[in-house]
Design a protein around this ligand. Sequence first.
Ligand SMILES: *[C@@H]1O[C@H](CO)[C@@H](O)[C@H](O)[C@H]1NC(C)=O
Ligand SMILES: *[C@@H]1O[C@H](CO)[C@@H](O)[C@H](O)[C@H]1NC(C)=O
Length: 223
Amino acid sequence: MAASITLFLISIFMLLLSLLLLPIPCHSADPDPLQDFCIADLRGALSLNGFPCKPTSKVTSDDFVYSGLMNEGNTSNYLGSFLNVANIFAFPGLNTLGVSMTRIDIAVGGVTNPHWHARATECGVLIRGKALLGIITSRNVVYARNISVGEMYVVPRGLLHYHLNVGEEPVLAFSAANSQLPGTIYIAQNLFGSTPSVPDQVLAKAFQLDQSVVDQIKSKFVG
Ligand SMILES: *[C@@H]1O[C@H](CO)[C@@H](O)[C@H](O)[C@H]1NC(C)=O
Ligand SMILES: *[C@@H]1O[C@H](CO)[C@@H](O)[C@H](O)[C@H]1NC(C)=O
């Protein structure tokens, strides 16, 4: 009897111990790299999940630096903003590393097109100006907050969000994403500017609009 109780207690102890030793699951958005670096060969003919690596003999210091975010974006467009995205296509050095960066310039009164990232959480820091950041949850709740210089924000993966310049000077922010290719989806273009186009009946019903209004909206996204 005593022996079986002892056995029982030992097995409970072993079970608890094994639970404690189980690694806590923790996943980054992109898979972890298996080597120091893998500078993307964007012209590689292989088709795989990601990009093949440039031969190490051809890798230089320049492969680890991207200069494309230095200049202010041209915000002379209907949104009054420009997102300069340094993803894997712009900066092959990001390949397999699970990160990317975007420079956000927003003119006074301008907005970033409401969008979401299919594969990444975004976090950013405001460098200049004042911006209202709005995040819309899957339950249609908006969390909106004015962000000041030096403040950091986070947008959870997959949530729709926008920035509005509410200050008196151009906004500059830098945002990072935990994916080399975050899968950014601009909701307006996605619905009204896709190819081939989403049928008018679908959009008319979804937005409770006349089809003529749908056509009018679609015409703005042509080209
Ligand atoms: C900014 O974009 C507008 C509209 O495309 C263009 O007319 C203008 O020349 C651009 N400005 C600069 C400095 O490139
Ligand atoms: C953000 O700032 C603007 C301009 O100062 C103000 O009108 C607005 O009410 C603020 N919004 C929030 C959510 O605090």
